[in-house]
Design a protein around this ligand. Structure first.
Ligand SMILES: [Zn+2]
Length: 292
């Protein structure tokens, strides 16, 4: 299959011999590539006018090498973007306009952040996180230390993030643009009882994420809202006692990964989980629950 660059690789995704999608992985950094990582559909799934199978690409900027050694953070990015790719590839809707990731902004990161959880599943690491020279899986003690360190500094990170999200919401809740944005920021933080030792993750003058366009206006909270959902959704597998539980996986595919924007997000989530998400799994994941 001809591709646009020699670094890009294509896979045909099939299910029981039937064509589902084409997946392209374009993982390595090069001079002409934008920084960051993202998922795009070159062609979205739809049924109107005849079955159209998706063509989906994941773009990353991993350092190329022989072998290419992917850091744990990079591996998380890989899983994140592949979660978006699954949302596109498993889409099963009639209209292209509601296909795959064409969902509400604060719902679109659920499949991607949810898929990151499988990076921490020991069976996955044992199979894929192998030593470049010896082929040995990661030693259990190293894996345990890695997982134990994940809640390090989480109190700081949580306050830092939530402060930015709440200041963003405050700006967009006002009738008119504030005369002095820095004063509004200071007042908002004061009202929150923001600890002086912690700054906002993105203070107003360089909060480009929110102010460079309308896409994320008052939407910075959506990352943590997605985390509420991804932690709660993964807990469905934990409760089933198996990260690969078939029934839970089938519900996930049916109500979320294949459903695109065919229903409101709360209806889709409730159909999958039997209820709306609670905050408990997020707090536990961040080591901030009372038991921690
Ligand atoms: Zn994402």
């Amino acid at each position: 299959m001809p591709l646009y660059h020699s670094d890009a690789r294509a896979w045909e995704v099939t299910r029981e011999g039937r064509h589902v999608a084409v997946f392209i992985g374009d993982y390595f950094a090069r001079g002409s590539k934008r920084s960051g990582a993202w998922c795009s559909a070159m062609r979205s799934q739809k049924k109107l006018g005849g079955d159209t199978a998706p063509i989906v690409v994941n773009i990353c900027n991993f350092a190329k090498g022989d072998p290419a050694l992917v850091s744990y953070d990079d591996a998380r990015t890989l899983f994140h973007e592949f979660g978006h790719a699954l949302h596109q590839m498993l889409s099963d809707v009639t209209y292209g306009s509601i296909s795959g990731t064409s969902v509400a902004r604060d719902f679109v990161e659920l499949p991607s952040q949810l898929f990151e959880h499988w990076l921490e599943v020991p069976e996955v690491l044992e199979k894929h996180a192998r030593h470049a020279d010896t082929g040995q899986p990661m030693p259990r003690a190293l894996l345990d230390r890695l997982l134990a360190a994940q809640t390090y500094d989480m109190g700081f990170q949580t306050v830092e993030y939530v402060a930015s999200a709440l200041v963003d919401l405050e700006f967009h809740a006002q009738e008119e643009a504030p005369v002095d944005p820095m004063e509004t920021q200071a007042e908002t933080l004061e009202g929150l009882g923001m600890p002086r030792a912690i700054g906002m993750r993105h203070a107003t003058p360089h909060f480009a994420h929110v102010f460079s366009g309308d896409g994320y206006s008052s939407g910075y909270y959506s990352y943590m809202w997605s985390e509420v959902m991804d932690a709660d959704a993964f807990a469905a597998f934990t409760e089933a006692g198996d990260a690969f539980d078939r029934d839970t996986a089938q519900r996930l595919e049916r109500f979320i990964l294949s459903a695109g924007g065919s229903q409101e997000a709360d209806q889709l989530y409730t159909a999958f989980r039997g209820r709306m998400p609670g905050v408990e799994a997020l707090l536990k994941g961040r080591g901030l629950d009372a038991a921690a």
